[in-house]
Structures are given as C-alpha cells and as structure tokens.
Design a protein around this ligand. Structure first.
Ligand code: IYR
Length: 221
C-alpha cells in the first residue's frame, strides 16, 4: 500500500474574541437541545436529512474507514414493523431483562415499552456500525475503533439535526438485531442507534432534568 499524498491544512486563524464569541454561541445553541419522545407527523424535506447525514460523515474515524451506514426509513409499513419489533423487545426488557437499579434510574424519565414516535416521526434514521470491512481483494478485515467512530458521527448528526431546527431521540431498543433483519443489512453491520427525526409535537414534553456543572466534569491538572 502506498502513502497517501499530503496537502497543506486549510486553516484560518480567528481573533481570540471571535473564538470566544463562537464558543458561547454554540454553547447556548446546544444547551437548548432536548431529546423528546413526542413527535409531529409533519413532513420534513428529505434534503435536510441528507445534510444531517453528510455532516455526520465529516466525523473522524479509525484509519478513516468510516465504518457506518445510515438507513432512513419513511415507508409507513416498515416503520410499523420496526415499532412492533422494538415494542416487543422493550416489553421483555422492562418486564424481565432490566435489573431493578436500571429501572430505578429510568423511572423519573418516564420511559416505558410504548414507542409511538417510531410511527409518528416522518423519518427513522438507523445507524449501523461496520464490525468488519471488505479489502481490495474482497476478503474481510477488521475495522478499528468502530464504536468510537460511529459514536462521534452520531454526535455530529444529533448536533446537525438540532442546529437545523428539528428534534431527534437516541433510541436503543435492546436487543436491536431485528433492525438488521428488517432493513436487510449484511451480517457485519450491527445496529448502533435508532433515531426518529422530525418536528416536535405541538404539546411535546421533556423531563425536567439538568446537565452536570463544569466543576463536576472537568479536572485541570
Ligand atoms: N432502551 C429502553 C430503555 C432505556 C434505557 C436508557 I439507559 C434510557 O436513557 C432510556 C431508555 C428504551 O428505549 O425505552
């Protein structure tokens, strides 16, 4: 394998006050982001979803392997099948699989096995993580830091959706294997996150919760 060509980094330095201004603007914008379970069925232009995915795909990834696939579901019957399967798994999880300490920490958030947003939201975006990749010779080889890479891409997707004025919810029905089957993805693609995307319902609610303070999360050494 040859080395990749190098080019100069396109970088324009900003004045310090402009750096601070931008950081404060983005912080205020991101502090307004909330996950809601209450979606409107109002249509959203496809181009916005494509843009959010393009933004997600700017993420750094292990060896630049970009170990992700985004499947966007709009077909009502398929959304219904996904909802039915997710609710069946979630019912078992809430009733049998999740230990009491997990149920206790979720209780204030009011989550349960009912997932109406999976049929209400105009789009269900499912991110798949590639556990292996195809080499030039057609053999299969590992991917590297795939979870970290896909997690970063998901973070950028969530940021993009919020910044363009839509809402999403990171949903992780467990186990998620049914998504690979329903969406016809190959064995090496593992469902990573299921995200309904759309406008919030007019009466959308969110739990009253707060983020940790800087003091609680930051240690300078
Ligand atoms: N996957 C379940 C349970 C759940 C787990 C966590 I951690 C949450 O923050 C929220 C829900 C569900 O989607 O209901």
């Amino acid at each position: 394998m040859g080395t990749v060509a190098l080019e100069p980094l396109a970088f324009s330095e900003l004045p310090p006050e402009e750096m601070l201004r931008r950081s404060e603007r983005l912080l205020a914008r991101m502090r307004a982001r909330r996950s809601t379970r209450h979606f409107s069925d109002r249509p959203v232009p496809r181009i916005l979803i494509e843009r959010a995915i393009q933004i997600a795909c700017t993420a750094p990834s292990g060896a630049n392997l970009q170990p992700w696939t985004f499947v966007v579901v709009t077909e009502p019957e398929l959304k219904q099948q996904i909802r039915d399967a997710a609710e069946a798994e979630e019912k078992r999880s809430y009733e049998e699989r999740m230990p009491q300490d997990w149920l206790d920490v979720l209780e204030p958030l009011g989550t349960d096995e009912h997932k109406p947003h999976l049929t209400t939201a105009p789009y269900l975006v499912v991110i798949f993580k590639h556990s292996t990749r195809e080499t030039k010779s057609g053999a299969r080889a590992p991917t590297y830091y795939a979870s970290e890479s896909v997690g970063i891409a998901a973070g950028l997707f969530i940021t993009a959706v919020h910044d363009m004025g839509l809402v999403t919810l990171t949903h992780t029905p467990s186990p998620m294997g049914f998504l690979r089957e329903l969406l016809d993805r190959p064995e090496h693609e593992k469902p990573y996150l299921l995200m309904p995307v759309g406008y919030p319902a007019e009466d959308a609610k969110v739990p009253v919760i707060s983020k940790k303070s800087l003091d609680e999360v930051l240690i300078w050494r």
